[in-house]
Design a protein around this ligand. Structure first.
Ligand code: 5GP
Ligand code: MN
Length: 335
């Protein structure tokens, strides 16, 4: 493993660079990837962003969106770029297993791998690493990377807008306890460099379809289950629920936070039947470790207060399994 600063001399001449991130990329995955993309383009490299899957409409305004290659849509082209790459930057994830089929292709590539990430327990496939589990977003680390490369002066409106989006979305609009004074200083720099903060917030959070808003109402009124003795709230969605409201990629994001926003609730989960697999998104307040539950019972992981996982059982059986494990955590949930 080499220090990230050892990259500086290696990036002095133009290189073929691929940037990739996790499946179903969120605001931080796309913001950090495209922020790094614009920076490396400025440095004269040949750069491509490849995502394992598509991503939500509310991120399509990001500068550079039109240049992103979605692996599942352009597999041959993506595989050629990966094969020809000198460097592959892996952002906002830290295990090749997490990126489905694309993981094997990246693993087989002779390119040097650079990991920039803030999730726990890196797998160790990388040659260079900028990793900090205390960082509130990978976008914060991309900013730190530019500083460490001596290129803070290259921060421009495009880079700043992308990184702002990443930090804003991963920090719950600057309210999580991962938000340090450093984060606010970074964000101040981003705004100074041209990030239009209130416009970016509007583009991400105030662009829902009417269906999405009614779907949220349905989830909260008809689908929310509360278990007061375990200070836990749960929303389970069937394939029919998704079809009825024409729910598209990203429409379910953030709904779990409404369940967590109830007074005295410490732990919230949304469990969604995605046909091929049942996905869980877990959120917690304070000390309760959402990622431990994800890891122990649902083949997942993530952060202390925001984690995810999956299940091969039916939706009903997954919900039953989730409810059945709550007594194990009763004490921890009631501290
Ligand atoms: P979300 O609930 O928004 O999909 O994910 C919350 C957090 O958990 C993210 O940091 C994400 O990287 C992590 N996460 C989500 N799903 C999985 C999973 O299946 N495995 C692992 N290891 N982490 C996940
Ligand atoms: Mn992130």
């Amino acid at each position: 493993m080499q220090a990230i600063t050892d990259l500086k001399p290696l990036l002095q001449t133009p290189k073929n660079i691929v940037i990739t991130t996790h499946p179903k990329p969120d605001g931080d995955a796309m913001g950090s990837s495209l922020g790094l993309y614009h920076y490396l383009l400025l440095k004269g490299h040949n750069v491509h962003v490849i995502t394992p899957t598509d991503y939500p409409f509310f991120l399509h305004w990001l500068p550079g969106n039109g240049e992103v290659l979605v692996y599942t849509e352009k597999q041959a082209e993506a595989e050629k770029l990966i094969a020809d790459a000198d460097f592959i930057f892996c952002l906002d994830f830290n295990g090749l297993r997490r990126i489905n089929g694309m993981g094997d292709v990246i693993g087989a590539s002779l390119a040097q791998k650079v990991m920039i990430d803030h999730h726990l327990e890196p797998e160790g496939f990388d040659n260079f690493r900028l990793w900090n589990a205390a960082a509130c977003a990978t976008a914060e680390l991309v900013y730190d990377f530019m500083v460490q490369m001596g290129d803070k002066h290259l921060l421009n409106k495009q880079i700043a807008s992308c990184l702002y989006c990443g930090i804003m979305t991963d920090s719950g609009s600057f309210r999580f306890n991962s938000v340090t004074s450093h984060v606010h200083k970074v964000v101040a720099d981003l705004i100074e460099a041209g990030a239009d903060n209130s416009r970016i917030h509007e583009l991400v959070y105030d662009t829902y379809s009417e269906n999405r808003t009614r779907f949220l109402g349905y989830c909260l009124k008809d689908k929310l289950q509360v278990f007061p003795e375990f200070r836990t709230a749960l929303i389970a969605l069937t394939q029919q629920d998704l079809a009825k409201y024409e729910v598209t990629s990203g429409d379910t994001e953030g709904i779990v936070n409404y369940a967590l926003s109830i007074n005295n609730i410490k732990f919230a989960v949304i469990i969604i039947d995605r046909a091929e697999i049942v996905k869980l998104s877990l959120r917690s307040k304070g000390e309760f470790p959402a990622n431990e539950v994800a890891k122990k019972y649902f083949e997942g992981g993530g952060h202390h207060n925001a984690a995810g996982g999956q299940s091969n059982l039916s939706l009903e059986a997954t919900v039953e399994k989730f409810i059945s494990i709550l007594p194990e955590y009763k004490e921890l949930l009631n501290v």
